[in-house]
Design a protein. Sequence first.
Length: 146
Amino acid sequence: MQNNDLNNASAAENPGAQGPSYRDWREERREWRRAWKEERRRLPCHGLFWGLGLLLLGVLLLLNQAGWVSGDTWWQSLLIGLGAISVVNGVAHYRSPAYRWGSYGKFVFGAILILVGVLLMLGISQWWPAVLIVAGIALLGRFFWR
């Protein structure tokens, strides 16, 4: 009994005697993920890409069933539409100064998707000038967005 009292007395004098009081790493990770998700939800254009993407997919499927878009050009139209949505998403990010850092990549990704879709519609033999044009636009864009 005296030994126990002695340990309690030394613990009261020295708070580190019982060992460090670490938080559980899982709890810290949960808090970090919760804060990260909340920050993403506050983005001005949260869900814009996926919402417009689903809308595009629905419209293309409807046009395919109506016979206005054939099965051959369906994928090319999807790529062009996704590229346009990515460019719109980049513009929306660019307009918000706090989230401007990710807009250039969205522009380039959208331009590449549009280029691939158009090239698939035109055919392989006519795509080399378009690649040069997009590469020039990408270089100019990088110059202007520094």
